[in-house]
Design a protein around this ligand. Structure first.
Ligand code: ADP
Ligand code: ASP
Ligand code: MG
Length: 406
């Protein structure tokens, strides 16, 4: 049966000309089966990282609007090349930028949110039998300024186009052949999951499993888009991200994730009185700094320490803001620690099983790993630990919850 399929290919899948031709062949195979094809692509290889490095050689405080102007160029190279590759294989194809497909966002440059997608030109091109190639990661504000959707944002472009076009499926092609019980590059025994629920995938993505961008999973859940994560280089089927069913509850822990992009800030000897936490976190929030875990120590002599984690990329800015707040509220000072990481266990089965967190802490203690902070949600438990123990912790947890076994 003829379907409308959105396929998204990540940076490593289109890293050079040969790989782009390989992608063109895969797309052409699906088109030859009679499917209508929309293909979203990322920038080639590590192009986006390279552009960020270039910008940082010019300024440490780039204007976000100009940053988007720069970053969006990466994807435009790939769409032109892929459309040419498809045409060379004898398939009518046409490429479009975010602006051309009417992907309208708010004006939060570098992390814009999608407001609507017109997709008129996509439908028109599909109607005349073309394969449509779309630049991932980019959109445009109401005023016509170019925006980007946050790192890994091509996943979101793929899912959002699939929702807008009511596609049958959104296939995410990448360098691994599915979603695993842990990052397969860290845990060789990790097992591929045949299916994973939207909620678990969202939690795994938010807690560091970069195989899908968290916002793309949120979007897929909201619009019920079936997402199939699979390999660009192998034909096998991968992992289906889908609605939860009863069998998923039987598994207590579905996956282990880690996030090394964390930092910890502590504000020392703060007066312990009402309104202080509001001042500290209100001040950070006003500067658009999003904090993650928060711990406040027991107060001694009317003074206490408050620690929290945040993305490492925001650490310097946050430290600066916090130093000002510390002075205002009479705190002793601020200390920063970049050598922390977060490891987490995720699973919908946790809702109905007791003792899961205790098993996690026991596994960490057996390895002699000190837990600095803990946080829990309905379907996840996370610990902040010293960065150098990350891989050891992930492997120990994978073993403790017997995730390597069938
Ligand atoms: P792309 O460039 O295709 O968007 P990414 O690098 O963003 O690919 O995502 C794929 C990577 O995600 C894999 O190479 C793998 O190292 C990492 N990853 C982390 N956690 C997981 C997991 N649980 N399952 C599969 N891959 C994972
Ligand atoms: N090129 C962008 C990035 O590296 C978007 C993506 O690959 O999904 O973040
Ligand atoms: Mg990605």
């Amino acid at each position: 049966m003829s379907q409308l399929i959105v396929q998204k290919y990540g940076g490593s899948s289109v890293a050079d000309a040969e790989k782009i031709v390989n992608v063109a062949r895969r797309v052409a195979d699906s088109a030859a089966q009679g499917h209508r094809m929309v293909v979203v692509v990322s920038a080639m290889g590590r192009t986006t990282d390279g552009l960020l490095t270039l910008a940082s050689a010019i300024t440490s405080t780039p204007d976000p609007r100009e940053m988007d102007m720069l970053l969006a160029t990466g994807e435009q190279v790939t769409i032109g090349l892929l459309a040419m590759a498809l045409q060379s294989l004898g398939h009518p194809a046409c490429s479009f930028t975010g602006l051309q497909v009417g992907l309208v966002t708010d004006d939060a440059h570098t992390r814009a949110r999608i407001k609507r997608i017109t997709a008129e030109r996509i439908s028109a091109a599909l109607d005349v039998g073309k394969i449509v190639v779309v630049a991932g990661f980019q959109g445009v504000t109401e005023r016509g300024d170019i925006t980007t959707l946050g790192r890994g944002g091509s996943d979101l472009t793929g899912v959002a186009l699939a929702a807008a076009l009511k596609a049958d499926v959104c296939e995410i092609f990448t360098d691994v052949d599915g979603v695993y019980t842990a990052d397969p590059n860290v845990v060789p025994e990790a097992r591929k999951l045949a299916r994973v629920s939207y909620d678990e995938m969202l939690e795994m993505a938010s807690l560091g499993a970069k195989v899908l961008q968290a916002r793309s999973v949120e979007f897929a859940k909201k619009y019920g888009v079936p997402v199939h994560v699979r390999s660009t280089f192998k034909p096998d089927s991968g992992t289906l991200v889908t609605r939860e069913d009863h069998s998923m509850e039987d598994v207590v822990v579905t996956g282990i994730t880690h996030d090394r992009g964390q930092a910890k800030l502590s504000i020392l000897r703060v007066p312990d009185r009402p309104g202080i936490a509001g001042k500290v976190f209100g001040g950070l929030g006003a500067q658009n700094i999003v904090v993650d875990m928060i711990v406040q120590n027991i107060s001694r002599d009317g003074l206490t320490d408050i620690s929290f984690t945040l993305p490492r990329a925001d650490r310097q800015r946050a430290e600066h803001v916090l130093a000002g707040i510390a002075k205002d509220i009479g705190a002793e000072g601020v200390v920063a620690d970049d050598r922390v990481a977060k490891v987490s266990i995720v699973g919908v089965g946790m809702r109905s099983h007791a003792g899961v967190a205790a098993r996690m802490f026991a596994a960490m203690s057996t390895e002699g790993i000190n837990i600095q902070m803990i946080s829990t949600s309905e379907i996840a438990v996370s610990c902040v630990i010293e960065d150098k123990y990350t891989e050891l912790a992930v492997r120990a947890l994978h073993d403790a919850f017997e995730l390597g076994r069938e």
